[in-house]
Design a protein around this ligand. Structure first.
Ligand code: PLP
Length: 400
């Protein structure tokens, strides 16, 4: 029998394992307290109380109020609801709906590095309602170009803009965006801002109300819930149309009987993640930087992508000229190291990471991207093991 190396999972940005305490927190609501939270009887009220408590705890950890929370099936649904729902409500309020006779198309402004959940929602608005989609460029480290944003919102065009959508932290390169400045600029032109915080929630502090954000999307499986759970936080003041109609649950913005056990899992997992992060922040950042240094040492041609400092704590992303990220990832997988060549969002497609193209990298270089993400600090031994494996993989693929 050969000794298989122990698997090292470095793909936390794709999904995180569900911890035992999160599973245990869900169990009562799958067994004894199974009632529908809308039922008026005693068991129903027990379920409703659990839902309320989960909502309050979840909101508090994101700097929001309980009423802001709309539970959904995950990040993709939350982004769809925000982008399409706000755009449609605002299009009507601005008198720019098709058939209004305005003759002026509504606009949506997104950063050039948005996740497909946002980008494809914007494309859908363009296809069905004639929206102009404006992509604000980013710099070489993936920061949104604030001067370009200002320009995109100036004058008559700004008046036709329904919503601005940006991410708090980028999934491919980990860069954290200046969301407060973006909100200031957009609000200066009277335009609401949706923030995709899927990669950031549970990892960096989020203060939705203090930042004056209008809506904010999070996804549970990125911080330790089962997959298919998430939320859109949306202020009462924000104009928004529901995409799912029915019995009027979740302020009428997301009809359908709520997943009580799922809401409890979201609250418990987010609390667990934010507490863990506060305790481990320094170690996580130190191990990230140790891995970055080690990779630079073993493959001097490798280049870190994204902002070296304003980046997610457990996020390491590089390009490795001379190989493809895919070949590297397959080779590392055979050595027991599970990482990613960019993002896991496009099923079965090995696209060139779009963020890297938007950052101005040549397609041949962008194709060589590799991402390693983790939410527990790596030990020195783990860093050494990973860097040795990267060196051996790179050497064997390039014949170095
Ligand atoms: N937005 C970002 C930035 C993401 O990274 C992802 C998933 O990777 C999503 C949205 C989609 O979230 P979900 O997988 O919960 O649908």
């Amino acid at each position: 029998m050969t000794d298989e190396p122990e698997e090292l999972y470095l793909d936390a940005a794709a999904t995180e394992p569900v911890s035992r305490d999160v599973i245990e927190s869900m169990l009562p609501f799958l067994t004894d307290a199974y009632a529908n939270p809308a039922s008026v009887h005693q068991p129903g009220r027990t379920a409703a109380r659990a839902l309320d408590a989960a909502r309050a705890s979840f909101a508090a950890d994101l700097g929001a109020r309980p009423d802001d929370v709309i539970f959904t099936s995950g990040g993709t649904e939350s982004d769809n609801l925000a982008v399409k729902g706000i755009a449609m409500a605002r299009m009507k309020a601005l008198g720019l709906a098709p058939g209004s006779g305005s003759g002026r198309p509504p606009r949506i402004v997104v950063s050039a590095i948005e996740h497909p959940a946002v980008m494809q929602s914007a494309e859908w608005l363009s296809r069905w309602f004639g929206f102009e989609v404006v992509r604000v460029p980013v710099d070489a480290q993936a920061h949104v170009d604030l001067a370009a944003l200002e320009q995109a919102l100036a004058g008559e065009a700004g008046e036709r803009t329904a919503v601005v959508s940006v991410m708090l932290a980028n999934n491919e390169v980990g860069t954290v965006e200046p969301v407060e400045r973006i909100v200031e600029i957009a609000h200066g032109h009277g335009v609401p801002v949706h923030v995709d915080a899927v990669q950031a929630a549970g990892l960096i502090p989020i203060r939705m109300r203090a930042w004056d954000v209008d809506s904010l999307a999070v996804s549970g499986h990125k911080f330790g819930t089962p997959k298919g759970l998430g939320a859109l936080l949306v202020r009462g003041r924000t104009p928004i149309e529901p995409l799912i109609s029915g019995g009027g649950q979740e302020r009428g913005l997301r009809s359908g009987t709520q997943n009580v056990a799922g809401a409890v899992a979201l609250a418990i997992a987010l609390r667990r993640s934010t507490t863990r992060m506060a305790a481990h922040w320094r170690d996580l950042v130190a191990s990230r930087d140790m891995l970055i240094d080690a990779i630079r040492r073993v493959v001097p041609r490798a280049e870190l992508t994204g902002d070296p400092e304003r980046r997610l704590p457990g996020h390491v992303s590089f390009v490795f000229p001379g190989v493809t990220g895919e070949a590297l990832l397959v080779d590392l997988d055979a050595r027991g190291i599970a990482c990613s060549s960019g993002s896991a969002c496009a099923i079965g497609r090995h696209e060139i990471p779009p963020t890297l193209l938007a950052m101005g990298l040549e397609p041949s270089i962008a194709k060589s991207a590799l991402r390693m993400t983790f939410r527990e600090p790596l030990t020195r031994e783990q860093v050494e093991r990973v860097s040795l494996a990267v060196e051996e993989s790179y050497d064997s693929l390039t014949g170095r």
